[in-house]
Write a protein that binds this ligand. Sequence first.
Ligand code: NAD
Length: 361
Amino acid sequence: MEMKIGVIKGDGIGPEIVGEAMKVLDRIAEVYGHSISYTQLLMGGASIDVNGIPLTDDTLEQAKNCDAVLMGSIGGDAKTSPWYQLEPSKRPEAGLLALRKGLNLFANLRPAMLYPELKGACPLKEEIADRGFDMMIMRELTGGLYFGRRSTQIEDGVTVARDELTYSEEEIRRIAKRGFDIAMKRRKKVTSVDKANVLDSSRLWRKVTEEVAADYPEVQLENMLVDNCAMQLVKDPAQFDVILTENMFGDILSDEASMVTGSIGMLPSASLNETKFGLYEPSGGSAPDIAGKGIANPIATILSAAMMLRFSFDLDREADAVEASVSEVLKEGYRTIDIMSEGMKQIGTKEMGDLISSHIR
Ligand code: NAD
């Protein structure tokens, strides 16, 4: 297969961790007979330094012409970086929002998985961590409360603030379909999370999701209220496969799920639109505190590249190979500093990338 991949190395640790993910992709191409062409794209602080703005129209067009984009993190230290002297619309994060909007990335995917070797970092009770978990949180990213009309005004001498939560059935249907498609590639269970006992938007969410479920007879659909889901994530996370939910609930639940894994440097993410195109990036930030030291954990970015193989290129066997290599390297006791524990072998960013790519077969 020919893969045209856009690469946004980004800021801080971005270039270091993206370099290792490219190394792994190149190894996949070599072993499985694919060819990759990379297009380097500037976004965030790196683009401000060159173009004065965090995302140019030309970069957005170039990204659209790729099959998928691999990204490190963007941004700097808000206290010391000159990027944060600029007005908010010219800061690094504005580039990311404009990119997501320009590419119509409405579906955000964040897996939360506990590797048996990293159980010690899990803050849950031992008997729960022992059972392990492997879930995918699918969050609607472009609608709902965060994109509704908002206002603050004085009414009868009292300040009143309003935020509007709107979902159309089309918006719900397109993300629900993506959720069920992804469940078909996994353990075939969708937990749709809403607040249908209170909110009209949630009642519509539930109705449309149930309609979509009818087209996927192999997938088990379960509806769960968001307050119950927040509890179940710490009580029995092993029950979840795909969690499908709206923007604000997904924002909160995906952070909760990543906390229970205990290691930010391990968590990949993907943002998808209606086509096979996706933007793949680690869940963490640009970690300016450790940038340039060669100690950042590249695994989240390497696993983001595995998600790219799976979701943008339908190369499930190759994605499995990357994930298996990560597991093997962890089993052999190699750790970057953020996941280091007693008796393990501490290595740097580059060594971790080298080991993972050399384990790919
Ligand atoms: P951060 O995730 O960058 O760092 C939090 C802590 O986690 C730090 O101690 C850091 O060293 C550590 N860490 C993060 N990734 C790591 C890795 N791969 N390996 C080892 N340790 C790792 O969060 P922050 O400090 O709040 O933000 C720093 C910058 O990143 C800010 O400018 C913020 O806006 C930006 N940010 C960008 C994105 C993105 O690009 N999508 C996401 C979050 C934050």
